[in-house]
Design a protein around this ligand. Sequence first.
Ligand code: AMP
Length: 208
Amino acid sequence: MNLVLLGAPGAGKGTVAQELVAEFGVAHISTGDLLRAAVKGGTELGIQAKKYMDAGELVPDQLAIDLVKEPLAADDAQQGFILDGFPRNTAQAVTLDSELSAMGREIDCALLVDVAPEVIIDRLSSRRTCRACGYTGTAADATCPKCAGEMYQRDDDNEATVRNRLDVYEKSTSPLVDYYRGQGLLKSVNGDQARETVYGGVKEALGL
Ligand code: AMP
């Protein structure tokens, strides 16, 4: 399984990825998670990236591309990987194709988790994430239902930043739906359903 997850911020890509990883043991490569770890660690990359992330803008392409090269080449990605949040525009998608082809590999599916923008604004304003295990829950979760860890609200999950992230998605990322459709790789699932129903649809779409 060499999978690209497509969908607006808050569509549920991270949740789908976590479920696939738990069931199939493939590598989960999330550029958002890698960037947040760099910000938390105070690295040079994190310092550079933070201003873009806080504004809901994309970090420069080269920075995102450099970030995925190592995890893509790592041992645990050789049996398959799920790219979550990358590529975010056509330039990144083209670079990904050529990096993979240099490794003798290719994407075998791009799965769109499809959710309408008005649903996203409500979802993201109440989204809470577990600091310990990364579980995605809501404001109703006082602690993480999976590991009892502390739930927090991401800095970029406030309404103003969410609106900009959605604009950036529409302009830069949504053209990838046609890019992968053109390659015959696009599959889609309705992401505006209960978590288990979405995951059932994902497995059906992927023929799993
Ligand atoms: P995410 O967790 O995927 O919603 O990403 C959070 C933020 O990280 C985004 O709003 C961007 O600022 C940045 N980011 C994540 N992935 C990329 C990427 N592939 N290209 C550029 N910026 C990215």
